[in-house]
Design a protein. Structure first.
Length: 403
């Protein structure tokens, strides 16, 4: 892990100050020999420049300048500062997919984010544009929790329970292209953390049940917090158990059938984190991402997507204190960008998204320099049939009110 930016310690509180961890051996693997069965890609074939090279930033800048308008670099809010510096635009996964689609003249879209985001960009861009993920091992552990064969098995379970015809799949953006395509084929839509309520309202206009993939917490928080459902309207479908671990009667009685997936980063926040923070910082505003568990969201003052959290901070009263429950790179940047507020990280320990962090300056430099040399590396290509049906689901989302 590279050093992080200096922190204004006035903005951090005792033990809740972020901590720079020692380099993790996992991160130092730099993407070699990854799981071919997962949502992520395979080997990172590159001869990466040394992270210690003092000229790395200058090399990346020179390569980007040489490529000029041929390249467009997208950066997710959870990316490291050393990468953000090279992003032409920053955003959440939804905004970045749209930004990619809005750049038909860019020959190369370099996506500094994770695999499912780059897939969505490939689906939404033209066939002659190339989307590059600088480290193919930058996957998403949540997206990996729903494999297409598991989802097809689950659908057969719903058919056997007699409810498939009255069920629509709704999949979070954080899912593989194959699952988005499954959703498109079965009449459903994609959602993001900022439009999950709109997507579910749309689905329940014509369906009695929703199969929500793959994040149980976003599904539960939206169903209960926004649609006013009761906890007992939701069941968790465990793909590792026969029948999802549910009886046909339990499936038939449920409105929301929640895939038992979660984000390991947001799963770190607990109700005790909120209690502890409130005890030490009276008057603090607690804002958390909807990927947090229900009991955390219930204790928070606000719940918001990454874009929602950024907007809340931008609109906040000067001098107010905010404890934020989301990925640490974003929280650190919010502290730097809002010096008139006291910005705190909700957990006591470090909470980076390790897969987002795989995109670092050596990988970005390598990808850009390879393009200058005429080698397209780490390209993300979704096969045409999958791309077609995934696009159907994405277009349904884009047609929803407010999109
Ligand atoms: P956004 O949809 O807000 O970009 O979030 C993506 C994500 O992975 C959150 O953990
Ligand atoms: Fe996936 Fe969680 Fe990382 Fe987001 S923060 S990319 S959901 S693992």
């Amino acid at each position: 892990m590279t050093p992080t930016s200096p922190i204004n310690t006035d903005q951090a509180v005792e033990s809740n100050a972020w901590i720079d961890p020692a380099p993790s051996p996992l991160l130092l693997l730099l993407g070699e020999r990854t799981d071919t069965q997962s949502e992520r890609g395979v080997d990172c074939p590159g001869a990466l420049p040394a992270p210690s090279d003092p000229d790395l930033a200058a090399r990346a800048r020179a390569a980007k300048d040489t490529l000029g308008d041929r390249v467009f670099v997208l950066g997710h809010h959870y990316q490291r500062d050393e990468v953000v510096e090279f992003a032409d635009v920053m955003g959440d996964s939804f905004k970045l997919a749209r930004e990619a689609a809005a750049r038909p003249d860019a020959e190369f879209i370099v996506f500094c984010g994770v695999h499912f985001m780059a897939e969505s960009a490939d689906i939404l861009t033209s066939a002659d544009q190339k989307v590059i993920l600088p480290d193919l091992a930058a996957g998403c552990s949540m997206a990996d929790m729903a494999a297409i064969n598991q989802v097809e098995d689950a659908w057969r379970t719903l058919e056997n329970a007699g409810i498939a015809a009255s069920t629509l799949p709704v999949t979070y953006m954080n899912s593989s292209a194959a699952i988005k395509a499954f959703t498109g084929r079965h009449g459903g839509t994609v959602c993001t953390s900022s439009n999950a309520a709109t997507s579910l309202d749309w689905a329940f206009e014509s369906a009695e049940h929703v199969l929500f993939l793959p994040d149980q917490h976003l599904g539960r928080n939206t169903a209960i917090g926004d649609l006013g459902m009761k906890p007992e309207d939701c069941v968790a479908f465990d793909p590792r158990k026969p029948g999802g671990g549910l009886t046909p009667d339990e499936l038939r009685a449920a409105k929301m059938i929640l895939w038992r997936g979660h984000c390991s980063v947001h799963g770190r926040f607990t109700p005790e984190c909120v209690d502890d923070m409130r005890a030490r910082v009276p008057g603090v505003n607690v804002i958390v991402h909807p990927e947090c568990k229900r009991e955390v969201v219930e204790k928070a003052d606000f719940v918001g997507s990454t874009e929602g959290i950024i907007k809340a901070l931008a609109a906040a009263e000067p001098g107010s204190a905010w404890a934020i429950g989301t990925e640490l790179n974003l929280v650190k940047r919010l502290a730097e960008q809002n010096p008139d507020q006291r910005v705190l990280f909700l957990d006591k320990t470090v909470c980076y998204c390790s897969t987002m962090n795989r995109i670092d300056l050596p990988h970005l430099t390598w990808a850009l320099e390879s393009l200058v040399a005429g080698n397209v590396v780490d390209q993300i290509e979704v096969d045409p049939d999958t791309a077609h049906w995934a696009r159907v689901a994405l277009d349904r989302m884009l047609a929803l009110p407010g999109a």
